[in-house]
Ligand binder design. Structure first.
Ligand SMILES: Cc1cc2nc3c(=O)[nH]c(=O)nc-3n(C[C@H](O)[C@H](O)[C@H](O)COP(=O)(O)OP(=O)(O)OC[C@H]3O[C@@H](n4cnc5c(N)ncnc54)[C@H](O)[C@@H]3O)c2cc1C
Ligand code: SF4
Ligand code: SF4
Length: 410
């Protein structure tokens, strides 16, 4: 009798280039550097990925959750994936794999070590409304008309942040606070490929920038320098900030199924943001303001940082909100003749009140803004919790598990 033939089968992890919005979340999440990218695509290295699934829940579009069963010898290489415009279809599968066709990735790929690299929740709050995602894609975008575009930051500052209102007319575009949309800027990059979409948080509540209208607002910072401080003109942010009333833009999305607000009226929102990270906080705050329910005990506490008062978007409207509605704490890091003050400093100054919220199971925490803020904010939360005798590590795990700690930094 012949010995059984051993076939080396791979359930290869792939990213759908038609849906991916190149947001880099998966690359940052992967604990073993199995994801890489160029200016065209994000791809997974077949010889490195162990199928741990850590990257799947944080992906805002679901583009990451694609798998093809094939002979390991036929695995798609990185160079080949980087050229793709569409995913290959599932080819004929060797007979020996048929028994495992319905198996999960981990049944075929050796499972890697348990990872704990996702610092925030990968599930929404229990009372969040159900979001719609990916209604419009790169292949089938929709359009919106610009009905407003004005600068939020003082004209004398270097930081130009715009409030842009997009109207969808009769096209369905249902959104929730905390979700984002993708904008497809016109034109092509140096290699002739159409520009990929950029992601922007929605700054308006679910019932519209103007209540009852089918519109959304965005908070967009004009990028004029790269991360190293060299002069550059960001493709999409400059396109958006230059738009005029009546212009039509190509939109994809909505995206995001976890950074969502709780709907139960007694829930507390602890919101920590910098710059354009204020967009989702504005959406949530405005939703709560419009639906202020008599007798509800839910509190809103906001920590908001910018370099100066003049660079803080929505400064005027924010400071006009009633004190019994929202507890607002501003921190400015470059006010002349004043010591530098960051959101973490403001949080520490309010440690007893922050700790009170941390002790409450109805508290949901949202952090949004520049990537660099994440470590400092988590460190401040840890210090505040421990200063009040709370076990931060246990609390952190619980917050994540219960969809109560949401981090979105970029
Ligand atoms: C989940 C998520 C939500 C986002 N929400 C918002 C939002 O609400 N408002 C908003 O303005 N942006 C937001 N962004 C960032 C946005 O998607 C774009 O990355 C940003 O507008 C720059 O795009 P660009 O086409 O203008 O620049 P590009 O042409 O893509 O980049 C030009 C150069 O600038 C660098 N660069 C890119 N972004 C920045 C930046 N912010 N600061 C300094 N240098 C930069 C790039 O590395 C590159 O070198 C979000 C990103 C993510 C992932
Ligand atoms: S959309 Fe998903 S697959 Fe694409 S870069 Fe973002 S996290 Fe990765
Ligand atoms: S499944 Fe795990 S190892 Fe593979 S790309 Fe995603 S995070 Fe990395």
């Amino acid at each position: 009798m012949n010995a059984p033939v051993s076939i080396d089968i791979l359930k290869q992890h792939l990213i759908d280039p038609e849906i991916c919005i190149r947001c880099n979340t998966c690359e940052e999440t992967c604990p073993i550097d199995a994801i890489t990218h160029d200016e065209n695509n994000y791809v997974v290295k077949a010889d490195t990925c162990n199928g741990c699934m850590a990257c799947v829940p944080p992906c805002p579009t679901g583009a990451i959750d694609n798998w093809r069963t094939l002979l390991r010898a036929d695995a798609y290489g990185v160079d080949e994936q980087l050229t793709w415009d569409v995913l290959p279809t599932q080819g004929a599968v060797p007979v020996a794999t048929l028994a495992t066709e319905n198996a999960g990735a981990s049944d075929i790929i050796e499972p890697g070590p348990q990872t704990d690299t996702v610092r925030g929740s990968t599930v929404p709050p229990w009372s969040a409304a159900k979001p719609h995602v990916n209604l419009y894609t790169h292949k089938a975008p929709t359009t919106a008309t610009v009905v407003g575009n004005y600068r939020l930051t003082d004209a004398a500052t270097d930081s130009a942040i715009h409030h842009i209102v997009l109207d969808f007319g009769a096209t369905p575009f249902p959104v929730l606070e905390g979700q984002s949309i993708g904008i497809l800027p016109p034109g092509a990059s140096a290699d002739g490929r159409a520009h990929h979409a950029r992601q922007y948080s929605i700054a308006s509540p679910r019932d519209g920038e103007r209540p009852g209208y089918n519109n959304v607002s965005l908070t967009v910072k004009r990028v004029v320098q790269d991360h190293d401080g060299n002069a550059t003109a960001g493709v999409c942010s400059n396109y958006l900030c230059d738009l005029k009333k009546g212009d039509v833009v190509n939109v994809i999305g909505p995206f995001g199924g976890t950074f969502l607000m709780p709907n139960h009226p007694n829930s507390h929102l602890l919101m920590i943001c910098t710059g354009t990270g204020s967009a989702p906080m504005r959406a949530m705050t405005e939703y709560r303001r419009r639906r202020r329910l008599k007798g509800a005990t839910g509190k809103l506490m906001l920590f908001f940082g910018a370099r100066t008062k003049e660079e803080l978007p929505y400064f005027g409207p924010l400071t006009n909100l009633p004190k019994d509605f929202i507890d607002t704490n501003l921190a400015f890091s470059r006010t002349p003749k004043q010591p530098k003050r960051y959101v973490q400093d403001a949080m520490r100054e309010r440690a007893p009140d922050v700790a009170q919220l941390l002790k409450d199971d109805n508290t949901h925490i949202y952090v949004c803004g520049l990537k660099g803020m994440e470590d400092g904010v988590l460190q401040a939360l840890k210090e505040i919790a421990e200063g009040q005798g709370l076990d931060w590590d246990a609390l952190w795990q619980r917050l994540r598990k219960e969809g109560r700690l949401h981090l979105e930094t970029y």
